[in-house]
Design a protein around this ligand. Structure first.
Ligand SMILES: C[S@@+](CC[C@H](N)C(=O)[O-])C[C@H]1O[C@@H](n2cnc3c(N)ncnc32)[C@H](O)[C@@H]1O
Length: 232
């Protein structure tokens, strides 16, 4: 009989073993209540994330959550929502979990997983919204951007009708390109957009991300913002 081998820890993150690992990789284990890195475990919650959170509240997902300030701010502001935050970098995940524990949050989980793999672990209509804040603009290699047609094909499956994609960026061309792309999308409609979020009516409710804070304080850069609703 074939023996099922327990995964070595590094196998959760890499195809091949490495000589040196980021010390924060090991330290993700310090916060089992806030960080999930086992893909099989994530996949086993497909269609039952509300069971995971222990409530029937709507679920929002964030791709590229950085050091977690946005996720934490949103969870404090909206305790009646659940927030799943996806991030790849170990130190940022560790810092997100440490801060969440300090605030004793019960409505957040950080997943060490590629944003592109959502279909593996999120079921049909399971989420109410998606946040993408300051994604890499991939200048010169725009085909690698996360906000492209395939993302909306994913949202066709995992997001409820009436749900929204929320996008913030400092990159003016990325903003214009997403507005342009939205014209080609049958099931979606831009319901709000501004090229200066902090001077808009949405500023009062805005929760800052780390990048946003930096762009504002250091560069006084305008922040672009779009809300796209799934209409059918
Ligand atoms: C420019 S940072 C922005 C971080 C945060 N959203 C903010 O606004 O401060 C982009 C983040 O996305 C993460 N990231 C990049 N590609 C990703 C992917 N495919 N899946 C999940 N996270 C990703 C990076 O590790 C990085 O922390």
């Amino acid at each position: 009989m074939k023996e099922i081998k327990e995964k070595e820890y590094w196998e959760h993150f890499f195809e091949k073993p490495k000589k040196h690992y980021n010390p924060y990789m090991e330290r993700l284990k310090e916060f089992p209540e806030y960080i999930m890195y086992d893909s099989d475990l994530m996949d086993s919650y497909k269609n039952r994330w509300n069971e995971f959170f222990g409530n029937d509240n709507p679920i929002y997902i964030e791709i590229g959550s950085g050091s977690g300030n946005f996720a934490i701010g949103m969870c404090q502001k909206y305790p009646e929502r659940n927030h799943m935050a996806m991030e790849l970098r170990f130190k940022r995940l560790h810092s997100s979990a440490r801060k969440s524990k300090n605030f004793n949050l019960k409505n957040v989980v950080f997943l060490r997983r590629f944003g592109e793999q959502i279909l593996d672990f999120i079921g049909e209509g399971e989420i109410q919204g998606m946040y993408i804040n300051f994604p890499d603009p991939w200048e010169g290699n725009e085909k690698n951007r996360i906000i492209q047609k395939p993302l909306f094909e994913t949202l066709d499956k995992v997001m409820k009708v009436g749900g929204k994609l929320f996008f913030k960026t400092d990159h003016d061309q990325y903003y214009l390109d997403v507005l342009e792309l939205s014209k080609e999308l049958e099931n979606y409609k831009v319901v709000y957009h501004t090229n200066d979020l902090h001077k808009s009516e949405k500023a009062v409710d805005n929760v800052l991300t780390e990048f946003e804070q930096l762009f504002l304080n250091k560069f006084n850069k305008n922040i672009n913002y779009i809300e796209i609703e799934k209409i059918k």
